[in-house]
Design a protein around this ligand. Structure first.
Ligand SMILES: Nc1nc2c(ncn2[C@@H]2O[C@H](COP(=O)(O)OP(=O)(O)OP(=O)(O)O)[C@@H](O)[C@H]2O)c(=O)[nH]1
Ligand SMILES: [Mg+2]
Ligand SMILES: [Zn+2]
Length: 289
């Protein structure tokens, strides 16, 4: 009996594929984690026990540096939020939600815009990209030039790619690999106007000297696990000295200076309205318990 440490690269149908040294070991999880309500995640560093020849058992999950809720994955340097400008149409609400989720897990966001080629209003895209860049988020598109830029940027890192179904996540990983991979991708359902959930599991791919995890897309997510009074910390524009009141949620409180700032910036207004909406969603759900 041997015990070895490795990293989970892929989870599918109850099996975990663990990279131990240069080799992938197929494993299952031993039931004992369930008592602690913890189950292995892709990205976890684990101890694997090898009993018979072919299959190993995960006997220990090492402490996580971080953990993302959606998609479920651990120990990540960057989360690339794939944001489609058309088919599916751009949704500031979804983007702001995903950024807030990353902020809550303290994971750096990269915003990757796709489908600009089929967007009529290119100025709209430029303005959106500029605004999110001004907040300090790294933004890229999927042109050949920017694919090369991103490859350099994530050198040596573990990154995950996430976003709406049909946004172009798997296509982008194929682009990054320059023909190295051919992950299955799919067209948009004409009927639904959105993706058909082509990717069904989480898996890390090794490209150059970095690892990138493809994940299944989604159509909606909720932020209900976040305390409503903490939501403001997940919006960069609201973390300023403009409002002097630390308990202020920048909603209808008198003397809040944030609202004056909003008046001068259309994109801030859009994000602020999303903030207010998320706040109300959380408030409504939490009131029920
Ligand atoms: N015109 C255009 N089509 C794109 C672009 N990126 C991806 N696509 C197409 O969009 C469709 C969906 O792409 P996928 O890569 O499968 O999307 P996904 O995000 O992996 O979707 P799920 O696996 O369902 O979550 C495919 O037909 C791609 O060829 C782009 O920049 N422009
Ligand atoms: Mg996919
Ligand atoms: Zn305020």
């Amino acid at each position: 009996m041997k015990e070895l440490n490795g990293k989970i690269m892929k989870a599918m149908s109850g099996f975990y594929y663990v990279l131990v040294g240069e080799e992938i070991v197929t494993t299952r999880a031993r039931g004992n984690f369930r008592n602690n309500k913890i189950s292995p995640l892709v990205g976890d560093i684990v101890t694997v026990r090898l009993e018979e020849a072919s299959i190993g058992y995960i006997v220990k999950i090492h402490d996580r540096e971080n953990e993302l809720i959606r998609p479920k994955i651990a120990n990540i340097d960057y989360n690339i939020i794939v944001t489609s400008m058309r088919e599916p149409d751009f949704s500031a609400k979804l983007l702001d939600k995903l950024i807030a989720l990353n902020e809550s897990s303290k994971i750096n966001s990269i915003i990757l815009f796709t489908k600009i080629d089929i967007l009529d209003d290119k100025d709209k895209y430029v303005n959106i990209k500029e605004y999110y860049s001004s907040l300090g988020y790294k933004t890229f598109d999927n042109s050949e030039f920017e694919v090369a830029k991103l490859r350099k940027f994530i050198s040596g890192k573990f990154v995950v790619i996430s976003g709406q179904s049909g946004a172009g996540k798997s296509t982008y990983i194929n682009n990054l690999s320059q023909g190295g991979f051919n992950i299955k991708t799919a067209g948009i359902s004409k009927h639904l106007g959105r993706g058909k959930h082509t990717t069904r599991h989480v898996e890390f791919y090794n490209v150059d000297d970095f690892y990138i995890a493809d994940t299944p897309g989604f159509s909606s997510i909720d932020l209900n696990f976040i305390e409503k009074d903490n939501l403001k910390h997940l919006f960069i524009e609201l973390n300023t000295d403009d409002c002097k009141y630390s308990t202020c949620n920048h909603l209808d409180e008198p003397k809040c200076k944030i609202k004056e700032k909003i008046k001068n910036n259309d994109y801030f207004l859009i994000r602020y309205n999303n903030y207010k909406e998320f706040y109300k969603e959380i408030e409504k759900k939490q009131r029920r318990y």
